[in-house]
Write a new protein. Structure first.
Length: 442
């Protein structure tokens, strides 16, 4: 991914309002990875990633930055919640499974790239298979005259299949029975290999292909999927995916504050949380993790951790883990102006989403600027009076304003509906003013 820090920040600006420090830090970290890959291998090994810890209350854009990065980058990227992992020895997912998840994400990326390269070969395979069914090949002993006639007929048939003229014709195709694939990343690699051996054994008991009658149009899609698998070098894909995950992988570790043991918690008597931190330490520090596709070193995987830290503080994490996240960025809480900009300046804002959804019913929805200001002000007021959930409050207030309009949208096809400041206040004022009511409804 060859994007300058400025280009990365410009992309994130389209979806996340403010939080310039966080965007800048992440953009530099990504660019550093690109710079490292251009160096000699000996020097590459010595340059370790600078892991990032993002601190900010809920709804300020931590997860949104992660989501947008995942779409932007063609690098192995996964987002996981630290709270779902348990200490080794307890029932649940162990922390090594996040690295196996990263490898699976890497395999998907590499597989899609190889399929894109083979698109022409896949098209030829599908075309030949369908034409062979519509126009069976001649016997080997056929005369030269018959062969010339067949050649002409085949070329004509290829044109008809490509033009879609034969899409309604029914043909019989053979579909190979697919073996069950076990991709449970929480299983130890040895167990995963045993499961895979069983699946291959059961697949070998009945190798007969399934015969199915389908129209040519459906056959194109079925055979395309089959050809894609046949033409792929899966061993090469696995090898490349492991390398890419190890050298360019990024793990976004959300909710890391949930495994921190608060200093208020007397005696720090929560072995489960501290155990997860201890298990996480060697992975962040750099170690080898076994997967069913081979060993992967975690030394150069970039970890971006995020948490609200309402109850606990970053200093409540064990010291060794704190030291592995040298870059710390604090995200600012949302204010009224930020909420207004989220509704008006972001590329896929909530208002655009609702306008597009109701357009399906034939209704033209629009929002006055004063109404948008009122939505931002009331959302901020609700955040101040109850729990501050940041930009997520906008979902609830807008849904409350549009509830009746959305319910009766099918009866109002062809109408132009303008959301005004008065309508917003009529729907929300009582709810926001009554603190007890706001806690349950907003």
């Amino acid at each position: 991914m060859n994007m300058t820090p400025k280009e990365t920040v410009a992309y994130l600006n389209e979806y996340v309002i403010g939080q310039d420090e966080a965007k800048k830090t992440i953009a530099i970290a990504l660019r550093t990875r690109f710079r490292r890959m251009q160096l000699d291998e000996e020097l590459q090994d010595d340059i370790m990633p600078k892991n990032i810890l993002m601190i900010g209350s809920t709804g300020v854009g931590k997860t949104e930055i992660a989501r947008r990065l995942a779409k932007l980058m063609n690098l192995p990227f996964i987002k996981v919640e630290a709270s779902k992992y348990t200490e080794v020895g307890f029932v649940g997912r162990d922390v090594e499974s996040m690295v196996r998840d990263l490898v699976m994400a890497s395999i998907d990326i590499v597989k899609k790239e190889h399929q894109a390269k083979n698109i022409e070969q896949v098209g030829n395979y599908v075309l030949d298979a369908i034409v062979d069914k519509l126009l069976p090949p001649l016997p080997l002993m056929a005369s030269n005259e018959k062969k010339e006639e067949y050649k002409f007929s085949r070329e004509r048939m290829i044109e008809r299949v490509l033009s879609g003229e034969m899409d309604d014709k029914i043909i019989e195709i053979e579909i190979p029975k697919s073996s069950l694939e076990f991709n449970d990343t929480n299983l130890p690699p040895e167990m995963a290999k045993v499961q895979e051996s069983f699946s291959q054994m059961f697949a070998g008991l009945n190798k007969q292909d399934l015969k199915k009658e389908v129209c040519v149009f459906d056959a194109k899609h079925i055979l395309k999927a089959e050809a894609g698998e046949k033409l792929l070098d899966m061993q090469g894909i696995h090898s490349e995916a492991l390398k890419r995950a190890a050298q360019g992988g990024i793990i976004f570790l959300d909710e890391i504050d949930k495994i921190a043991v608060s200093s208020k918690n007397e005696g720090r008597n929560d072995p489960g949380k501290e155990g997860v931190q201890r298990d996480l330490l060697p992975i962040v520090e750099g170690s080898s993790v076994s997967t069913k596709f081979g060993q992967i070193k975690t030394d150069h995987i970039l970890f971006i951790a995020a948490g609200a830290f309402h109850v606990s503080k970053p200093s409540d994490l064990i010291p060794e883990l704190q030291g592995r996240f040298p870059l710390r960025v604090e995200l600012n809480p949302m204010d009224e102006e930020s909420l207004y900009l989220i509704l008006t300046q972001t590329k896929s804002s909530l208002l655009r989403q609702y306008e597009a959804l109701l357009k399906v019913e034939g209704m033209e929805l629009s929002f006055d600027d004063e109404a948008i200001r009122a939505l931002a002000k009331l959302a901020q007021s609700a955040n101040e009076k109850t729990e501050d959930i940041g930009a997520r409050r906008l979902h609830t207030v807008i849904e409350k304003v549009l509830e009746d309009i959305s319910f009766n949208a099918d009866e109002r096809a062809g109408e132009k509906v303008v959301i005004t400041k008065e309508l917003v206040h009529e729907k929300l004022d009582k709810l926001v003013e009554d603190e007890d009511l706001a806690r349950y409804i907003l």
